[in-house]
Design a binder for this molecule. Structure first.
Ligand code: TRP
Length: 463
Protein backbone atom coordinates (compact mmCIF):
# COMPACT_ATOMS: atom_id res chain seq x y z
CA UNK A 1 0.00 0.00 0.00
CA UNK A 2 2.77 2.43 0.76
CA UNK A 3 4.48 3.37 -2.43
CA UNK A 4 6.91 6.11 -3.18
CA UNK A 5 4.86 9.26 -3.31
CA UNK A 6 6.03 12.77 -3.90
CA UNK A 7 9.55 13.28 -2.65
CA UNK A 8 10.56 10.88 0.07
CA UNK A 9 7.14 10.75 1.70
CA UNK A 10 5.12 7.59 1.66
CA UNK A 11 1.72 7.50 0.09
CA UNK A 12 -1.14 5.07 -0.28
CA UNK A 13 -0.77 3.09 -3.44
CA UNK A 14 -4.32 2.46 -4.54
CA UNK A 15 -7.83 3.73 -4.25
CA UNK A 16 -8.71 0.68 -2.25
CA UNK A 17 -5.67 1.18 -0.07
CA UNK A 18 -6.83 4.65 0.87
CA UNK A 19 -10.31 3.47 1.75
CA UNK A 20 -9.01 0.43 3.61
CA UNK A 21 -6.65 2.52 5.70
CA UNK A 22 -9.18 5.24 6.51
CA UNK A 23 -11.94 2.70 7.15
CA UNK A 24 -9.49 0.69 9.24
CA UNK A 25 -8.98 3.78 11.35
CA UNK A 26 -12.68 4.57 11.60
CA UNK A 27 -13.96 1.06 12.24
CA UNK A 28 -12.97 -0.23 15.62
CA UNK A 29 -14.02 -0.30 19.24
CA UNK A 30 -15.85 2.95 18.62
CA UNK A 31 -18.39 1.01 16.56
CA UNK A 32 -18.61 -2.23 18.44
CA UNK A 33 -17.91 -1.22 22.04
CA UNK A 34 -18.63 2.50 22.41
CA UNK A 35 -21.55 3.03 20.04
CA UNK A 36 -23.87 0.38 21.57
CA UNK A 37 -23.23 1.39 25.15
CA UNK A 38 -23.56 5.14 24.53
CA UNK A 39 -26.75 4.53 22.55
CA UNK A 40 -28.00 2.26 25.32
CA UNK A 41 -27.43 4.94 27.92
CA UNK A 42 -29.08 7.62 25.85
CA UNK A 43 -32.44 6.31 24.89
CA UNK A 44 -31.94 4.09 21.83
CA UNK A 45 -33.74 4.95 18.59
CA UNK A 46 -33.95 8.68 19.11
CA UNK A 47 -30.21 8.78 19.73
CA UNK A 48 -29.68 6.81 16.52
CA UNK A 49 -31.64 9.36 14.48
CA UNK A 50 -29.61 12.27 15.86
CA UNK A 51 -26.40 10.34 15.38
CA UNK A 52 -27.14 9.61 11.70
CA UNK A 53 -28.00 13.23 11.12
CA UNK A 54 -24.66 14.33 12.58
CA UNK A 55 -22.74 11.82 10.49
CA UNK A 56 -24.28 13.14 7.28
CA UNK A 57 -24.43 16.87 7.93
CA UNK A 58 -21.29 17.37 10.02
CA UNK A 59 -19.18 14.21 9.98
CA UNK A 60 -18.73 13.83 6.24
CA UNK A 61 -17.91 17.52 5.65
CA UNK A 62 -15.35 17.45 8.49
CA UNK A 63 -13.82 14.28 7.09
CA UNK A 64 -13.54 15.82 3.63
CA UNK A 65 -12.01 18.93 5.19
CA UNK A 66 -9.33 16.91 6.95
CA UNK A 67 -8.48 15.07 3.73
CA UNK A 68 -8.29 18.39 1.87
CA UNK A 69 -5.90 19.93 4.43
CA UNK A 70 -3.70 16.85 4.64
CA UNK A 71 -3.39 16.21 0.96
CA UNK A 72 -2.89 19.86 0.14
CA UNK A 73 0.00 20.19 2.58
CA UNK A 74 1.44 16.67 2.44
CA UNK A 75 2.37 17.03 6.09
CA UNK A 76 1.41 15.98 9.63
CA UNK A 77 -1.45 17.67 11.49
CA UNK A 78 0.69 20.53 12.86
CA UNK A 79 2.98 20.99 9.88
CA UNK A 80 0.02 21.07 7.51
CA UNK A 81 -1.42 24.20 9.13
CA UNK A 82 2.02 25.80 9.36
CA UNK A 83 2.60 25.23 5.68
CA UNK A 84 -0.79 26.41 4.45
CA UNK A 85 -1.08 29.32 6.90
CA UNK A 86 2.49 30.33 7.73
CA UNK A 87 2.96 32.73 10.61
CA UNK A 88 -0.60 32.25 11.82
CA UNK A 89 -2.00 30.50 14.85
CA UNK A 90 -3.92 27.79 12.98
CA UNK A 91 -1.32 25.15 13.79
CA UNK A 92 -2.56 25.21 17.38
CA UNK A 93 -5.50 23.10 16.12
CA UNK A 94 -2.98 20.53 15.02
CA UNK A 95 -1.25 20.71 18.38
CA UNK A 96 -4.53 20.21 20.18
CA UNK A 97 -5.03 17.19 17.96
CA UNK A 98 -1.71 15.74 19.03
CA UNK A 99 -2.62 16.22 22.70
CA UNK A 100 -6.01 14.63 22.06
CA UNK A 101 -4.27 11.71 20.39
CA UNK A 102 -2.38 10.99 23.62
CA UNK A 103 -5.59 10.97 25.63
CA UNK A 104 -7.61 8.86 23.20
CA UNK A 105 -4.85 6.37 22.59
CA UNK A 106 -4.31 5.85 26.32
CA UNK A 107 -7.83 4.74 27.21
CA UNK A 108 -8.61 3.21 23.83
CA UNK A 109 -5.66 0.86 23.99
CA UNK A 110 -6.75 -0.20 27.47
CA UNK A 111 -10.12 -1.26 26.07
CA UNK A 112 -8.36 -2.89 23.15
CA UNK A 113 -6.50 -4.95 25.74
CA UNK A 114 -9.82 -6.24 27.08
CA UNK A 115 -10.31 -8.05 23.78
CA UNK A 116 -7.20 -10.09 24.55
CA UNK A 117 -8.55 -11.03 27.98
CA UNK A 118 -11.79 -12.12 26.35
CA UNK A 119 -9.90 -14.00 23.70
CA UNK A 120 -8.13 -16.04 26.34
CA UNK A 121 -11.21 -16.31 28.52
CA UNK A 122 -13.39 -17.45 25.65
CA UNK A 123 -11.30 -20.57 25.64
CA UNK A 124 -11.38 -20.95 29.43
CA UNK A 125 -15.06 -20.11 29.84
CA UNK A 126 -16.26 -22.67 27.45
CA UNK A 127 -14.05 -25.26 29.07
CA UNK A 128 -15.47 -24.45 32.50
CA UNK A 129 -18.97 -24.24 31.16
CA UNK A 130 -18.88 -27.82 30.05
CA UNK A 131 -17.86 -28.77 33.61
CA UNK A 132 -20.40 -26.76 35.54
CA UNK A 133 -23.15 -27.39 33.02
CA UNK A 134 -23.75 -23.98 31.59
CA UNK A 135 -26.53 -25.12 29.39
CA UNK A 136 -28.56 -25.92 32.50
CA UNK A 137 -27.91 -22.56 34.10
CA UNK A 138 -30.57 -19.96 33.57
CA UNK A 139 -29.80 -16.67 31.86
CA UNK A 140 -29.55 -14.84 35.11
CA UNK A 141 -26.81 -17.13 36.32
CA UNK A 142 -24.93 -17.02 33.06
CA UNK A 143 -25.05 -13.26 33.12
CA UNK A 144 -23.87 -13.15 36.69
CA UNK A 145 -20.95 -15.35 35.81
CA UNK A 146 -19.75 -13.08 33.04
CA UNK A 147 -20.35 -9.77 34.70
CA UNK A 148 -18.56 -11.09 37.77
CA UNK A 149 -15.66 -11.97 35.61
CA UNK A 150 -15.75 -8.55 34.02
CA UNK A 151 -15.83 -6.89 37.44
CA UNK A 152 -12.93 -8.84 38.85
CA UNK A 153 -10.96 -8.46 35.67
CA UNK A 154 -11.42 -4.73 35.20
CA UNK A 155 -11.08 -3.86 38.85
CA UNK A 156 -7.92 -5.93 39.02
CA UNK A 157 -4.73 -4.15 38.12
CA UNK A 158 -2.21 -6.50 36.66
CA UNK A 159 -4.13 -8.22 33.90
CA UNK A 160 -5.61 -5.10 32.30
CA UNK A 161 -2.16 -3.56 32.56
CA UNK A 162 -0.51 -6.55 30.98
CA UNK A 163 -2.94 -6.62 28.03
CA UNK A 164 -2.60 -2.88 27.62
CA UNK A 165 1.16 -3.17 27.41
CA UNK A 166 0.84 -5.97 24.86
CA UNK A 167 -1.49 -3.90 22.66
CA UNK A 168 0.67 -0.81 23.01
CA UNK A 169 3.68 -2.83 22.00
CA UNK A 170 2.01 -4.14 18.85
CA UNK A 171 0.78 -0.68 17.95
CA UNK A 172 4.24 0.81 18.36
CA UNK A 173 5.84 -2.04 16.48
CA UNK A 174 3.55 -1.67 13.48
CA UNK A 175 3.87 2.10 13.34
CA UNK A 176 7.63 1.94 13.73
CA UNK A 177 8.12 -0.29 10.78
CA UNK A 178 6.06 2.22 8.82
CA UNK A 179 4.07 -0.67 7.74
CA UNK A 180 0.75 0.06 6.78
CA UNK A 181 1.65 -2.49 4.16
CA UNK A 182 1.08 -5.66 6.14
CA UNK A 183 -1.83 -4.19 7.99
CA UNK A 184 -3.63 -3.28 4.86
CA UNK A 185 -3.15 -6.70 3.38
CA UNK A 186 -4.76 -8.24 6.45
CA UNK A 187 -7.40 -5.55 6.77
CA UNK A 188 -8.71 -6.38 3.33
CA UNK A 189 -9.36 -9.97 4.36
CA UNK A 190 -10.13 -9.67 8.04
CA UNK A 191 -12.53 -6.72 8.01
CA UNK A 192 -15.00 -8.51 5.74
CA UNK A 193 -14.76 -11.58 7.99
CA UNK A 194 -15.52 -9.41 11.00
CA UNK A 195 -18.63 -8.21 9.22
CA UNK A 196 -19.69 -11.79 8.46
CA UNK A 197 -19.21 -12.74 12.11
CA UNK A 198 -21.23 -9.73 13.19
CA UNK A 199 -24.00 -10.82 10.83
CA UNK A 200 -23.95 -14.29 12.36
CA UNK A 201 -24.32 -12.66 15.77
CA UNK A 202 -27.19 -10.57 14.47
CA UNK A 203 -29.02 -13.66 13.31
CA UNK A 204 -28.52 -15.41 16.67
CA UNK A 205 -29.47 -12.28 18.54
CA UNK A 206 -32.67 -11.44 16.69
CA UNK A 207 -33.92 -15.01 16.85
CA UNK A 208 -33.72 -15.11 20.65
CA UNK A 209 -36.96 -15.11 22.49
CA UNK A 210 -37.80 -11.57 23.53
CA UNK A 211 -35.52 -10.04 20.91
CA UNK A 212 -38.27 -7.83 19.53
CA UNK A 213 -37.99 -5.31 22.34
CA UNK A 214 -34.36 -4.78 21.39
CA UNK A 215 -35.30 -3.95 17.82
CA UNK A 216 -37.94 -1.54 19.03
CA UNK A 217 -35.42 0.07 21.37
CA UNK A 218 -32.88 0.49 18.58
CA UNK A 219 -35.11 1.55 15.71
CA UNK A 220 -38.22 3.14 17.14
CA UNK A 221 -37.29 6.68 18.09
CA UNK A 222 -38.84 7.75 21.35
CA UNK A 223 -37.79 11.32 21.81
CA UNK A 224 -39.30 11.55 25.26
CA UNK A 225 -36.26 9.62 26.54
CA UNK A 226 -34.04 12.48 25.42
CA UNK A 227 -36.01 15.11 27.24
CA UNK A 228 -34.38 14.24 30.53
CA UNK A 229 -30.99 15.56 29.51
CA UNK A 230 -31.27 16.79 25.94
CA UNK A 231 -28.08 18.84 25.86
CA UNK A 232 -25.87 16.13 27.25
CA UNK A 233 -27.37 13.46 25.01
CA UNK A 234 -27.12 15.50 21.83
CA UNK A 235 -23.52 16.45 22.64
CA UNK A 236 -22.73 12.79 23.24
CA UNK A 237 -24.23 11.88 19.88
CA UNK A 238 -22.04 14.51 18.25
CA UNK A 239 -18.97 13.32 20.14
CA UNK A 240 -19.67 9.70 19.25
CA UNK A 241 -20.08 10.61 15.56
CA UNK A 242 -16.68 12.31 15.61
CA UNK A 243 -15.09 9.51 17.57
CA UNK A 244 -16.41 6.80 15.31
CA UNK A 245 -15.33 8.57 12.13
CA UNK A 246 -11.85 9.31 13.57
CA UNK A 247 -12.29 13.02 12.92
CA UNK A 248 -11.58 16.23 14.82
CA UNK A 249 -7.97 15.61 15.83
CA UNK A 250 -5.97 15.31 12.66
CA UNK A 251 -5.91 11.55 12.11
CA UNK A 252 -7.38 12.05 8.70
CA UNK A 253 -5.21 15.10 8.03
CA UNK A 254 -2.28 12.79 8.60
CA UNK A 255 -3.77 10.01 6.48
CA UNK A 256 -4.87 12.59 3.92
CA UNK A 257 -1.24 13.60 3.53
CA UNK A 258 -0.53 10.08 2.27
CA UNK A 259 -3.29 10.18 -0.33
CA UNK A 260 -2.15 10.70 -3.91
CA UNK A 261 -3.36 13.65 -5.92
CA UNK A 262 -5.35 11.49 -8.29
CA UNK A 263 -7.69 10.04 -5.63
CA UNK A 264 -11.23 11.29 -5.20
CA UNK A 265 -11.44 12.69 -1.67
CA UNK A 266 -15.22 13.11 -1.56
CA UNK A 267 -16.07 9.58 -2.60
CA UNK A 268 -13.46 8.25 -0.20
CA UNK A 269 -15.05 10.17 2.66
CA UNK A 270 -18.55 9.03 1.77
CA UNK A 271 -17.48 5.40 1.43
CA UNK A 272 -15.65 5.43 4.73
CA UNK A 273 -18.49 7.14 6.58
CA UNK A 274 -20.97 4.72 5.11
CA UNK A 275 -18.95 1.64 6.03
CA UNK A 276 -18.33 2.95 9.53
CA UNK A 277 -21.97 3.74 10.17
CA UNK A 278 -23.11 0.46 8.72
CA UNK A 279 -20.85 -1.49 11.08
CA UNK A 280 -22.07 0.52 14.07
CA UNK A 281 -25.71 -0.18 13.25
CA UNK A 282 -24.98 -3.87 12.68
CA UNK A 283 -23.23 -3.97 16.05
CA UNK A 284 -26.34 -2.45 17.59
CA UNK A 285 -28.43 -5.10 15.87
CA UNK A 286 -26.25 -7.81 17.34
CA UNK A 287 -26.28 -6.37 20.86
CA UNK A 288 -29.72 -4.95 21.68
CA UNK A 289 -32.01 -7.86 20.84
CA UNK A 290 -29.82 -10.00 23.12
CA UNK A 291 -29.70 -7.31 25.79
CA UNK A 292 -33.48 -7.36 26.00
CA UNK A 293 -33.82 -11.10 25.57
CA UNK A 294 -31.51 -11.69 28.53
CA UNK A 295 -32.81 -8.86 30.65
CA UNK A 296 -29.55 -6.92 30.69
CA UNK A 297 -29.84 -3.20 31.41
CA UNK A 298 -29.25 -1.32 28.12
CA UNK A 299 -27.85 1.61 30.12
CA UNK A 300 -25.26 -0.63 31.75
CA UNK A 301 -22.33 1.48 30.58
CA UNK A 302 -18.90 0.63 29.15
CA UNK A 303 -19.22 -3.04 30.12
CA UNK A 304 -22.45 -3.50 28.12
CA UNK A 305 -20.93 -5.21 25.12
CA UNK A 306 -18.43 -7.17 27.16
CA UNK A 307 -21.16 -8.78 29.22
CA UNK A 308 -23.67 -9.19 26.39
CA UNK A 309 -21.47 -10.83 23.78
CA UNK A 310 -20.41 -13.79 25.93
CA UNK A 311 -24.04 -14.52 26.72
CA UNK A 312 -24.86 -14.55 23.03
CA UNK A 313 -21.94 -16.85 22.31
CA UNK A 314 -23.05 -19.05 25.17
CA UNK A 315 -26.39 -19.51 23.49
CA UNK A 316 -24.84 -20.56 20.17
CA UNK A 317 -23.71 -23.98 19.21
CA UNK A 318 -19.97 -23.91 18.82
CA UNK A 319 -19.93 -20.71 20.88
CA UNK A 320 -16.29 -21.18 21.77
CA UNK A 321 -15.14 -20.99 18.20
CA UNK A 322 -17.34 -18.01 17.41
CA UNK A 323 -16.19 -16.14 20.50
CA UNK A 324 -12.56 -16.82 19.79
CA UNK A 325 -12.81 -15.66 16.19
CA UNK A 326 -14.85 -12.65 17.10
CA UNK A 327 -12.51 -11.33 19.77
CA UNK A 328 -9.53 -11.98 17.56
CA UNK A 329 -11.02 -9.89 14.78
CA UNK A 330 -12.17 -7.21 17.20
CA UNK A 331 -8.64 -7.01 18.47
CA UNK A 332 -7.46 -6.59 14.91
CA UNK A 333 -10.05 -3.90 14.18
CA UNK A 334 -8.83 -2.10 17.29
CA UNK A 335 -5.21 -2.21 16.14
CA UNK A 336 -5.97 -0.66 12.75
CA UNK A 337 -7.47 2.19 14.78
CA UNK A 338 -4.72 2.51 17.41
CA UNK A 339 -2.02 2.73 14.75
CA UNK A 340 -3.88 5.60 13.10
CA UNK A 341 -3.92 7.54 16.36
CA UNK A 342 -0.28 6.82 17.13
CA UNK A 343 0.60 7.87 13.60
CA UNK A 344 -0.66 11.39 14.36
CA UNK A 345 1.87 11.75 17.16
CA UNK A 346 4.69 10.01 15.32
CA UNK A 347 4.23 12.05 12.13
CA UNK A 348 4.30 15.20 14.25
CA UNK A 349 7.40 14.17 16.21
CA UNK A 350 9.31 13.09 13.17
CA UNK A 351 8.39 15.89 10.76
CA UNK A 352 8.15 18.85 13.11
CA UNK A 353 10.64 17.90 15.79
CA UNK A 354 13.05 16.24 13.39
CA UNK A 355 13.21 12.89 15.09
CA UNK A 356 13.86 9.67 13.26
CA UNK A 357 10.75 7.57 12.83
CA UNK A 358 12.15 5.03 15.24
CA UNK A 359 12.90 7.53 17.96
CA UNK A 360 9.56 9.27 17.45
CA UNK A 361 7.68 6.00 17.78
CA UNK A 362 9.58 4.89 20.88
CA UNK A 363 9.01 8.19 22.61
CA UNK A 364 5.31 8.33 21.67
CA UNK A 365 4.65 4.72 22.59
CA UNK A 366 6.41 5.09 25.90
CA UNK A 367 4.62 8.27 26.94
CA UNK A 368 1.20 6.97 25.90
CA UNK A 369 2.18 3.82 27.77
CA UNK A 370 2.53 5.78 31.00
CA UNK A 371 -0.86 7.47 30.51
CA UNK A 372 -2.52 4.15 29.70
CA UNK A 373 -1.11 2.49 32.78
CA UNK A 374 -2.60 5.30 34.84
CA UNK A 375 -5.94 4.51 33.14
CA UNK A 376 -5.70 0.88 34.16
CA UNK A 377 -5.14 1.74 37.83
CA UNK A 378 -7.55 4.65 38.07
CA UNK A 379 -11.15 4.23 36.93
CA UNK A 380 -11.57 7.98 37.41
CA UNK A 381 -8.83 8.86 34.97
CA UNK A 382 -10.18 6.24 32.57
CA UNK A 383 -13.65 7.80 32.84
CA UNK A 384 -12.39 11.32 32.23
CA UNK A 385 -10.28 10.25 29.27
CA UNK A 386 -13.16 8.23 27.82
CA UNK A 387 -15.54 11.20 28.11
CA UNK A 388 -13.13 13.82 26.79
CA UNK A 389 -13.46 13.05 23.05
CA UNK A 390 -17.09 14.19 23.24
CA UNK A 391 -15.81 17.72 23.77
CA UNK A 392 -12.30 17.72 22.31
CA UNK A 393 -13.18 16.28 18.91
CA UNK A 394 -16.09 18.58 18.01
CA UNK A 395 -13.97 21.48 19.31
CA UNK A 396 -11.16 20.54 16.93
CA UNK A 397 -13.67 19.87 14.15
CA UNK A 398 -15.10 23.35 14.54
CA UNK A 399 -11.76 24.98 13.75
CA UNK A 400 -11.04 22.53 10.97
CA UNK A 401 -14.21 23.44 9.06
CA UNK A 402 -13.71 27.14 9.74
CA UNK A 403 -10.19 26.85 8.39
CA UNK A 404 -11.31 25.05 5.27
CA UNK A 405 -14.46 27.10 4.72
CA UNK A 406 -12.98 30.56 5.24
CA UNK A 407 -9.21 30.36 5.09
CA UNK A 408 -8.74 27.87 2.27
CA UNK A 409 -11.93 28.97 0.58
CA UNK A 410 -13.81 27.97 -2.55
CA UNK A 411 -11.01 27.88 -5.12
CA UNK A 412 -8.58 25.73 -3.22
CA UNK A 413 -11.18 23.29 -1.96
CA UNK A 414 -12.53 22.90 -5.48
CA UNK A 415 -9.06 22.24 -6.76
CA UNK A 416 -8.39 19.57 -4.15
CA UNK A 417 -11.81 17.94 -4.26
CA UNK A 418 -11.82 17.74 -8.04
CA UNK A 419 -8.16 16.64 -8.16
CA UNK A 420 -7.46 19.62 -10.38
CA UNK A 421 -10.48 19.12 -12.58
CA UNK A 422 -10.32 15.34 -12.86
CA UNK A 423 -13.58 14.77 -10.98
CA UNK A 424 -16.92 16.51 -11.17
CA UNK A 425 -17.73 18.43 -8.03
CA UNK A 426 -21.43 19.18 -8.38
CA UNK A 427 -21.65 19.02 -4.61
CA UNK A 428 -19.11 21.82 -4.11
CA UNK A 429 -21.62 24.53 -3.18
CA UNK A 430 -23.31 22.18 -0.75
CA UNK A 431 -19.95 21.32 0.74
CA UNK A 432 -19.07 24.99 1.24
CA UNK A 433 -22.45 25.63 2.79
CA UNK A 434 -21.95 22.76 5.22
CA UNK A 435 -18.41 23.70 6.26
CA UNK A 436 -19.08 27.44 6.40
CA UNK A 437 -22.43 27.44 8.11
CA UNK A 438 -24.12 24.21 9.09
CA UNK A 439 -21.22 22.43 10.81
CA UNK A 440 -19.66 25.38 12.68
CA UNK A 441 -22.98 26.86 13.76
CA UNK A 442 -24.32 23.52 14.94
CA UNK A 443 -21.14 22.74 16.88
CA UNK A 444 -20.88 26.21 18.40
CA UNK A 445 -24.55 26.19 19.36
CA UNK A 446 -24.34 22.79 21.03
CA UNK A 447 -21.18 23.80 22.84
CA UNK A 448 -22.72 26.99 24.12
CA UNK A 449 -25.72 25.03 25.34
CA UNK A 450 -23.45 22.48 26.95
CA UNK A 451 -21.43 25.10 28.79
CA UNK A 452 -24.59 26.89 29.82
CA UNK A 453 -26.21 23.80 31.25
CA UNK A 454 -22.95 22.96 33.02
CA UNK A 455 -22.91 26.38 34.65
CA UNK A 456 -26.56 26.01 35.54
CA UNK A 457 -25.91 22.73 37.25
CA UNK A 458 -23.07 24.26 39.26
CA UNK A 459 -24.81 27.55 40.07
CA UNK A 460 -28.51 26.74 39.91
CA UNK A 461 -29.45 30.22 41.11
CA UNK A 462 -28.47 31.79 37.75
CA UNK A 463 -31.33 30.07 35.97
N1 TRP B 1 -12.66 5.69 15.11
C1 TRP B 1 -12.00 4.65 15.83
C2 TRP B 1 -13.07 3.71 16.35
O1 TRP B 1 -14.22 3.92 16.10
C3 TRP B 1 -11.12 5.18 16.93
C4 TRP B 1 -10.20 6.23 16.43
C5 TRP B 1 -9.16 6.04 15.59
C6 TRP B 1 -10.29 7.61 16.64
N2 TRP B 1 -8.59 7.25 15.30
C7 TRP B 1 -9.27 8.21 15.92
C8 TRP B 1 -11.16 8.37 17.36
C9 TRP B 1 -9.13 9.59 15.92
C10 TRP B 1 -11.02 9.73 17.36
C11 TRP B 1 -10.03 10.34 16.64
O2 TRP B 1 -12.78 2.76 17.00
Amino acid sequence: MLQGGSGDRDSFGSKFGVIAAAAGSAIGLGNIWRFPYVLGQNGGGAFLVIYLLFIAAIGIPVMMSEFVIGRRAQLNAVGAFKKIAPGKKWHLIGLLGVVTAFIILAFYTVVAGWTLEYLIQSVKWMATSSKIGFSEMNNEAVRGFFSNHYETFVSGIWRPMLWFVVMMFFTGYIVMSGVKKGIERYAKILMPILLVLLLVLVIRSITLEGARDGLVFLFKPDFSTIREAPVRIILEALGQAFFSLSIGMGTLITYGSYIQKKENLASTAVNVAFADTFIAVVAGLAIFPAVFAFGINPGEGPELVYITLPVIFQSMSGGLIWAFMFFLLLCFAAITSTISVLEVIVAYFSEQLNMTRKRATLLATFSVGVLGIICTVSPDVFGIFNASPDLLLPFGGFFIVIFVGYFLGGRTTKEELSSEGKYKVGYHQLFLFLVRFVAPIAIAFLFALGVYSRILSIFPSIG
